[in-house]
Write a protein that binds this ligand. Structure first.
Ligand code: ZN
Ligand code: ZN
Length: 102
């Protein structure tokens, strides 16, 4: 009955990971928390890298960050149309950005 054992094993592994995560959260262990985030969100690392590239481009003046959202007058944040192009972004405020992601 080797096949039947497998789901239980993976469940135990999941529980173990949760235990590690909870412990890390208590201790505020950043590396474990980051790993957990990356596991839950496969795009997290990519987004992080792309975001860093964009921040650098804004800092060096390569990309101009506007003062307001494209749709309203609130403070904008970068929305990536395609993560393959880190510098190709739309500048949207919090609420208009969220609309793009639902
Ligand atoms: Zn807006
Ligand atoms: Zn976005």
């Amino acid at each position: 009955m080797k096949r039947a054992e497998r789901p239980i094993k993976s469940l135990e592994r999941m529980r173990e990971q949760e235990r590690i995560f909870k412990r890390a959260k208590r201790k505020k262990d950043k590396s474990v928390l980051e790993k957990e985030r990356a596991r839950k969100d496969p795009l997290y690392k990519l987004r992080d890298r792309v975001g860093a590239k964009l921040r650098y481009a804004v800092k060096t003046g390569k990309v101009k960050k506007p003062d307001t959202c494209e749709k309203c007058n609130k403070k904008p944040e970068a929305h990536h149309i395609d993560y393959r192009f880190p510098l190709s972004v739309k500048w949207l405020c919090d609420s208009h950005h969220r609309l793009k992601h639902c």
